[in-house]
Ligand binder design. Structure first.
Ligand code: SAM
Length: 212
């Protein structure tokens, strides 16, 4: 599915978020990356969050299991090390990184707790994890969001390559835990303290955890 949507992924991202996705990735990288850090961007897709981490001065490795996505990422930077691999079995030694970022990635894995434990394993003690993920908003945005996300996005998928992915998207967000449950599961994977903030009026969560 991710190979199929790779050609339109960046354009759809910017369109669906009204361009806010660039700011969200910048805030994510700023929150955990310091100059000189070894950084893993897991589920890097077409590479924009890895590029944001590099802009903060990190020495970045981007990992994804989709060749189609990685091909696009490679065309954006030859300095970042792009690696094909599975988040559930990261091909890195324990404590290899100072910081890990995951943008719109953890929602897709079959076993969230295992993914979080893998992310903890490759971080040094005191290392920082940033998860950027879509959540369902409460309050005034909820109605608009339902029309947009459950109506328009799947409709767009009917006319774009990789169409099924866009009905998968709202379904995967529905299944994914909200910020409070996610915070608990990140803690249980070995992070403390864990804090989160909502972005985009509550449609996106940025969660930061420190490896114990
Ligand atoms: C929605 S995209 C996000 C891409 C990018 N991080 C961003 O900020 O736009 C999700 C990415 O996660 C990758 N992915 C999903 N499950 C994965 C897994 N188990 N291991 C590695 N990559 C995975 C997909 O191939 C896809 O490129």
């Amino acid at each position: 599915m991710f190979d199929r949507i790779a050609p339109v992924y960046d354009a759809m991202n910017h369109a669906m978020s009204a361009g806010l996705d660039r700011r969200w990735r910048r805030l994510t990288a700023e929150a955990v990356v310091a100059p000189g850090d070894r950084v893993l961007d897991a589920c890097c897709g077409t590479g924009d969050l890895a590029l944001a981490a590099q802009a903060e001065g990190g020495k970045v490795t981007g990992l994804d299991f989709s060749d189609g996505m990685l091909e696009r990422a490679r065309s954006k930077s030859s300095e970042i090390e792009w690696t094909r691999g599975d988040l559930l079995r990261l091909p890195f030694e324990d404590a290899a990184f100072d910081a890990v970022t995951v943008g719109f990635g953890v929602r897709n894995v079959d076993d969230l707790d295992r993914a979080l434990r893998e992310l903890r394993r490759v971080l040094k003690p005191g290392g920082r994890l940033a998860i950027l993920e879509i959540v369902r908003p409460h309050g005034p945005l909820a109605l608009f969001y339902r029309a947009w996300f459950d109506g328009l996005v799947p409709l767009a998928g009917k006319v774009l390559p990789g169409g099924a992915a866009y009905s998968y998207l709202p379904a995967s967000v529905r299944r994914f835990p909200g910020p409070a449950e996610l915070t608990g599961r990140v803690r249980a994977a070995g992070f403390h303290p864990v804090a989160h903030r909502l972005l985009g009026g509550g449609i996106v969560v940025l969660l930061i955890g420190e490896a114990r």
